[in-house]
Write a protein that binds this ligand. Structure first.
Ligand SMILES: Cc1cc2nc3c(=O)[nH]c(=O)nc-3n(C[C@H](O)[C@H](O)[C@H](O)COP(=O)(O)O)c2cc1C
Length: 216
């Protein structure tokens, strides 16, 4: 039975958050397909994980028997996140764009989970695990748009999730989400609506095919 690790990081509830809403569509399709599977849920906005400290960092490279009390305490929290990450057969991550990049809460989670020589590096422990990232954004940073060069969500996550953690990454990008609220973007509303529709459609399809593949 497969385990899905579902992480949300939008500061808004699902009623006002594109990434949470699309992740919910994914999760529903996954659960329908895979009712006996396990879903581990982390809401990083409601329950942020600690930022990395010197103790948490250095503990990752020291013999556990030689950990100071500070290192032992800091590393215990880190280990919980790492083991949860390694237990997952698939990951689902809501990653809204804040100031051109990911929320700091998601960055803090990544800093805890990425441990050179274990989850990261030459032979990462979760190598090949599929991860679906719902990369919502108020504008559009698609190739050819004026803001293309400001895209530090997909570019950054590709580097960390694929090149560093060895995951098998798929993005779903609900874009132009600010169009409905910003009068200056009124003419982009149809593009926002089609992007939203496509994101929900792709999330359901992706969840179904992953659940089928992992249950086989
Ligand atoms: C603090 C903050 C910073 C934001 N920065 C950007 C930005 O740099 N570029 C952008 O296109 N949208 C930006 N937005 C808009 C969000 O990306 C947009 O509302 C998106 O839908 C957020 O995902 P969510 O709906 O899941 O919360 C920002 C929103 C917030 C709250």
């Amino acid at each position: 039975m497969a385990t899905l690790l579902h992480i949300d990081s939008s500061v808004f509830p699902a009623s006002a958050s594109s990434s949470r809403a699309v992740a919910e569509t994914f999760r529903k399709a996954w659960e329908e397909q895979h009712p006996e599977g396990t879903v581990i849920y982390r809401d990083l906005a409601a329950n942020p994980v600690p930022h990395l400290t010197a103790d948490a960092h250095t503990a990752g490279f020291a013999d556990p028997a030689a950990h100071t009390p500070g290192q032992a305490a800091a590393f215990a929290g880190r280990l919980e996140l790492i083991e949860e990450f390694e237990r997952a057969d698939a990951l689902l991550i809501g990653a809204p764009m804040y100031n051109f990049t990911i929320p700091s809460t998601l960055k803090a989670w990544l800093d805890n989970v990425a441990l050179m020589g274990r989850t990261a590096g030459e032979s990462p422990s979760a190598k090949g695990t599929p991860v679906t990232v719902i990369a919502s954004r108020g504008g559009s940073y698609a190739p050819g748009t004026p803001r293309e060069g400001y895209e530090y969500v997909q570019n950054y996550l590709r580097a960390v999730l694929v090149d560093f953690l060895g995951l098998d990454l798929d993005f779903i990008v609900p874009e132009l989400t600010m169009a409905a609220q910003n009068p200056a973007m009124a003419e982009l509303v149809p593009l926002f609506e089609s992007s939203r529709e496509r994101a929900h459609h792709d999330a359901a399809i992706r969840a179904k095919s992953l659940a089928e593949r992992l249950a086989a």
